[in-house]
Design a protein around this ligand. Structure first.
Ligand SMILES: Nc1nc2c(ncn2[C@@H]2O[C@H](COP(=O)(O)OP(=O)(O)O)[C@@H](O)[C@H]2O)c(=O)[nH]1
Ligand SMILES: *[C@@H]1O[C@H](CO)[C@@H](O)[C@H](O)[C@H]1NC(C)=O
Ligand SMILES: [Mg+2]
Length: 399
């Protein structure tokens, strides 16, 4: 009967473990809506929010990822652990899935009658009749994705709290202590923010937290299979081509700013590696082909044993498959993309490429760059550093 004892022991310890997992944190919780931008923006915000939760010593409630589908008026909320593992995050700080918090702890810790939304200052509703000058409000559920996000867990707010002038820069001030003094865990068990308690782009100090974001087994496996089964054996270069219509419009902001979106990742947070220029956001097709060929040639010279056999292209719009195939045909290099659009699988594959060329302005590229940095894999950016005028005016560079 030894095995029975063992079985009982295993089962009981498992039950104890699950219960312990959902034990109330006396230091309280922090939750927010990733209400700004798509995945790249949300990932930047996640790293900042993780750092913030740790500085306040509150458990971070892992929000679902907010996604937008064509033709749908309401955002979709995808559980955090669809894409990333929860456990590695625990090495850095206490976290809990939002669904676990809501189903196991909310009744006790955050009853419906005590749900307060936090915003810096009053946020006006788009519906004029909702704005009462005598009762300023966060309107945390106003519009998309704000409403759909909290609705996913049947959360309504009974009051608003304006936290200004407090802010989130826990690395350069004693602001964490001020938060703890203003909002003690016993009076405020859950701080629920209308947006991420973090900056965009991600602060320099928080980039390293990327190492705690590990792809879920499903995506790790799918990336491995694609690389093994579809790509020819040998090294491959991963490309991110961000060139959809929204991007063309975003790039117009280049001319009136010092930095744009993720640009500090190549220009430096204080522009120590240069100023913005258009090609950084929108490289020409010729520049793309030229840079890709140059990198492949360099790899052939420096790593003759690990020759580049293929190129994997991820894009939101134009993958340039035929242009790139033509340009590389004489080098015996094939060009590939996923058969079906999948932004997450694209990211997971780019993370594993032997070489990566991304868009410096894009926060989607930035995710790949940070992941690769945690492994020491090399990354480059389109049209960076800036080509000298002399080189640009060369009619054609033969390889
Ligand atoms: N499948 C796929 N989707 C992409 C790619 N690049 C951009 N997208 C989509 O466009 C969105 C871009 O928004 P975001 O992630 O905030 O990054 P950013 O706008 O480039 O800074 C992504 O989240 C994807 O949904 C790509 O290479 N592959
Ligand atoms: C942080 O919170 C944890 C869990 O509630 C607690 O055990 C720990 O003592 C706290 N640390 C500090 C420095 O207050
Ligand atoms: Mg964006």
């Amino acid at each position: 009967m030894q095995w029975l004892k063992l079985l009982i022991y295993l089962i009981s310890s498992l039950i104890l473990k699950t219960n312990a997992q959902f034990e109330r944190d006396p230091n309280g919780y922090l939750v927010y809506c990733p209400c700004m931008g798509r995945f790249g923006n949300q990932a930047d915000h996640f790293l900042g929010s993780l750092a913030f939760a740790r500085a306040l010593n509150r458990t971070l409630i892992l929000p679902p990822w907010v996604e937008y589908r064509k033709g749908e008026l309401r955002s979709r909320q995808v559980p955090f652990d669809t894409y990333f593992e929860v456990e590695p995050l625990q090495e850095f700080h206490r976290v809990i899935l939002m669904s676990d918090f809501m189903s196991h702890l909310a009744d006790e810790v955050w009853p419906a009658s005590e749900r307060v939304s936090f915003c810096y200052m009053e946020r006006k509703s788009l519906q004029q009749e909702k704005n009462d000058p005598n009762a300023p409000n966060c309107h945390a559920k106003d519009g998309n994705p704000f409403g759909p996000f909290w609705d996913t867990y049947n959360i309504d707010f009974v009051a608003s709290e304006f936290y200004g002038p407090l802010h989130f820069d826990v690395h350069h001030s004693a602001i964490a202590t001020k938060w703890q003094q203003s909002y003690t865990a016993d009076k405020w068990p859950v701080l629920a923010f209308t947006g991420a308690p973090a900056s965009f782009p991600v602060q320099l100090e928080n980039r390293v937290l990327q190492k705690y974001l590990k792809w879920s087994p499903r995506y790790r496996e799918a990336a491995r299979e694609f690389i093994r089964n579809v790509l020819p054996r040998g090294a491959f270069v991963g490309l991110h081509l961000r060139n959809g219509i929204d991007w063309v419009r975003a790039c117009e902001h280049i001319k009136d700013s010092q930095q744009l979106f993720a640009s500090p990742q190549c220009l430096g947070y204080k522009n120590e590696r240069g100023e913005l220029y258009t090609e950084l956001c929108m490289p020409t097709k010729e520049a793309i082909v030229r840079q890709l060929k140059r990198i492949i040639k360099n790899v052939r010279q420096s790593q003759p044993k690990n020759e580049v056999k293929s190129v994997f292209v991820a894009s939101d719009a134009n993958h340039m498959i035929s242009e790139l195939s033509n340009a590389l045909s004489r080098m015996d290099i094939s060009v590939h993309k996923l058969p079906e659009d999948d932004p997450y699988l694209d990211l997971a594959i780019l993370g594993q490429s032997n070489h990566f060329i991304g868009n410096c302005i894009s926060s989607y590229s930035a995710f790949v760059k940070r992941e690769r940095d945690t492994h020491g894999f090399p990354s480059y950016f389109w049209s960076f550093p800036k080509e000298k005028e002399r080189q640009q005016s060369k009619p054609h560079e033969e390889l």
